[in-house]
Design a binder for this molecule. Structure first.
Ligand SMILES: NC(=O)c1ccc[n+]([C@@H]2O[C@H](COP(=O)([O-])OP(=O)(O)OC[C@H]3O[C@@H](n4cnc5c(N)ncnc54)[C@H](OP(=O)(O)O)[C@@H]3O)[C@@H](O)[C@H]2O)c1
Length: 311
């Protein structure tokens, strides 16, 4: 494996991240484990700044345009070798727990990663580890009390990463949205549902604020990096509110409002699990203590920035 990198970033996707140059200068080579929605966005930003990037998938990109592809599929025994990863200084893990609730990266690659002796390992986790707070705010100091099985698995994976002795930073995320993943798409394809549950809010973060915050934290001196960080915008709100803005931006009708109590039995288990927890995730540490300035402080700026995809 040579020092190849992912697809060039389209000009429209270039974001002015203030910490990009400093972060890029700090990274010899970046390994992004999991080339999904967020992993790919991070990889593209750093590749555009000249950083050699390796991005893993279980399958090659069908378009064949993914020169940085690194095959990582532990279930099939496809693991990168030590020489594939030579020179990697920074690692971002975006892969969730496997079906058994264990961490697929640690299970298959822990010793290899340790031999690389990376400077930084970012682990994308979820604010689901805080469980249900009845809508109260949580921050990095709040107790973790996951109720859902997948969030319990996530907490166990976080703890396993901590025990690994690698320089891990846990990055806890609420719902991720951005171009290609937002409620305007569900309105357009007719799958949006306007559901009201009194008092229920959801927190969210724009994918480019994940990228920006990661760059910001990589650019900090290691001793200034908190070991756990919530990446979220400032405006948890009911999903009906963001759907209302989506309809406004698209100039289309909202679906009929439905009461959660009426529709809950018809929701799938995953959707029901999302509605079963209510909390507000605070990114005060990121913004006030670390000085990161959100690109999209609320869903209003974030969703508006995606509306160009539709016109
Ligand atoms: N989406 C959200 O709203 C949200 C909210 C909070 C936290 N998170 C967490 O944040 C992280 C990034 O989210 P995302 O939405 O960007 O993820 P995503 O688009 O689903 O991408 C996940 C990546 O992980 C890879 N992957 C999954 N299971 C794997 C396995 N067993 N072995 C090898 N590779 C595997 C996938 O590989 P392939 O490319 O081969 O499919 C994909 O590239 C995830 O851990 C997610 O659970 C997500």
């Amino acid at each position: 494996m040579t020092k190849e990198s992912v697809n060039p970033v389209a000009a429209a996707d270039r974001i002015d991240h203030p910490a990009l140059a400093t972060a890029a200068a700090a990274i010899d080579r970046l390994l992004v484990l999991g080339g999904g929605y967020t992993g790919r966005r991070v990889a593209m930003a750093l590749e555009a700044a000249g950083v050699p990037v390796l991005l893993t998938h279980r399958q090659p990109d069908p378009s064949g345009n993914d020169p940085g592809w690194l095959h990582f599929d532990p279930d099939q025994g496809a693991l990168p070798s030590q020489s594939d990863l030579a020179g990697v200084s920074h690692v971002l893990v975006t892969i969730p727990p496997n079906a058994g609730g264990r961490d697929p990266v640690l299970e298959s690659l822990e010793a290899t990663l340790r031999r690389l002796d990376p400077t930084w390992v970012g682990y994308l986790s979820t604010t689901g580890v805080y469980g249900d707070t009845g809508g109260a705010w949580v921050d990095e100091t709040s107790p973790t009390q996951p109720l859902l099985e997948r969030s319990q698995a996530r907490l166990a994976c976080e703890q396993a990463w901590r025990r690994s002795g690698l320089p891990v930073q846990l990055l806890r995320l609420p719902a991720i949205y951005g171009p290609g993943r937002n409620p305007m798409l569900s309105l357009r394809n007719g799958t949006a549902r306007l559901i009201h549950k009194p008092g229920q809010v959801f927190s969210r973060v724009h994918v480019d604020d994940i990228v920006g915050a990661l760059l910001h934290t990589i650019a900090l001196p290691p001793q200034a990096r908190p070991d756990t960080l919530i990446l979220a915008d400032t405006c948890p709100c009911p999903s009906s509110e963001i759907l209302g803005l989506a309809a406004h931006l698209l100039d289309c009708r909202l679906p009929e409002v439905q009461r959660y109590a009426d529709v809950a039995p018809s929701l799938g288990p995953m959707a029901r699990s999302f509605w079963s927890e209510n909390r507000r995730a605070s990114s005060r540490r990121l913004r006030d203590d670390l000085g990161y300035r959100l690109l999209y402080p609320t869903y209003w700026e974030g969703l508006s920035s995606c509306s160009g995809d539709f016109f």
